[in-house]
Structures are given as structure tokens and as C-alpha cells.
Design a protein around this ligand. Structure first.
Ligand code: IDP
Ligand code: MG
Length: 149
């Protein structure tokens, strides 16, 4: 089973797209383990985007992600990383496939609405950065056998 950390970034929150975005992961068949609405600190943003520290856009990225509240979630499933990333769409929204979140709602790389982990290892790492173990729920989904063989 893989886990992915999904963030509805501040533009998604401000534009009233939280429900729309959550619905897409839910309908896809991913299973929600945890969710919280938070204002990310500078420190959390620096940790979360540490791999991009040397990139020219790093400061703008930290400013963007801390510019307002985010909705942080952990979703689980077999192939959760790939499934979530295809639901999110390409990093540059102008190139994202219609039907994806970024392809349906985005225009700019610096306003691309959603974060999703890029590997199973980072999914676990990022989930642990945002959530304590007791904030993630273990539960049985009644529809499991209609989603998974
Ligand atoms: P991803 O979110 O699709 O995984 P990454 O390459 O991991 O994309 O970049 C993280 C975030 O940094 C992007 O979602 C976007 O918000 C921002 N970003 C990436 N590349 C650029 C850029 O060239 N200019 C401005 N912001 C960028
Ligand atoms: Mg990334």
C-alpha cells in the first residue's frame, strides 16, 4: 500500500475548490486516512520543499504555500502515488490534460492548486511531516471489494 500527502494549496482554498478537489480523490477510489486545515509555518514550508532549496523559484514557492491556509490530507491505496499524480495533472497547468485538477482549474505553474507526493518513500516521509501517527485513521471501507479486485 502506498500513501500520498495531498495539499490543496492556498489558491485552491481561496478559490473555493477544496470540495471539488477532495471529491476527485474520493471518487477515484483512494482511501482517506487523515485531513486537516492548517496555516503552514515558514519552517514546515522549508522542510516540505527542502529538495527545491537551490531552485530560483524557492523563495516564491515558500511565499505561495504560506500565503494562506492549506488543506492537508493523506490518501492511501495500491499505486496511490501514480493515481494521485495523474488526477492532479502536469506541474505546468497550461500543459496539464483536461480532466485533471490542474488541467481543469489552473493556468500558472506558481498557482497550480495541489501538491502530491512523487514517490512511495516521499509519500511516507511527507505524511509523517504533516501528521502524527494518531492523526491517521485505520478503517475498513465498506465499498472496498467494488473498487479493488
Ligand atoms: P509538482 O508539484 O508537480 O511535483 P515540483 O517540480 O515538485 O512539481 O515543484 C514543486 C512546486 O514548485 C510546483 O508544484 C510549483 O508550485 C513550484 N514550481 C516548480 N517549478 C517552478 C517554476 O519553474 N517556477 C515557479 N514555480 C515552480
Ligand atoms: Mg513535487
Amino acid at each position: 500500500m502506498e500513501r500520498t500527502l495531498i495539499l490543496v494549496k492556498p489558491d485552491g482554498v481561496q478559490r473555493g475548490l477544496m470540495g471539488e478537489i477532495v471529491a476527485r480523490f474520493e471518487r477515484r477510489g483512494l482511501k482517506l486516512l487523515g485531513m486537516k486545515f492548517i496555516q503552514m509555518s515558514q519552517e514546515l514550508a522549508n522542510q516540505h520543499y527542502a529538495v527545491h532549496k537551490e531552485r530560483p523559484f524557492f523563495n516564491d514557492l515558500v511565499t505561495y504555500i504560506t500565503s494562506g491556509p492549506v488543506l492537508a490530507m493523506v490518501w492511501e491505496g495500491k499505486d496511490a502515488i501514480a493515481a494521485a499524480r495523474s488526477t492532479i495533472g502536469a506541474t505546468k497547468p497550461a500543459e496539464a490534460t483536461p480532466g485533471s485538477i490542474r488541467g481543469d482549474f489552473g493556468m500558472e505553474i506558481g498557482r497550480n492548486l495541489v501538491h502530491g507526493s512523487d514517490s512511495p518513500e516521499n509519500g511516507v516521509k511527507e505524511a509523517n511531516l504533516f501528521f502524527k501517527p494518531e492523526e491517521l485513521v485505520t478503517w475498513t471501507r465498506a465499498t472496498e471489494s467494488w473498487i479493488r479486485e
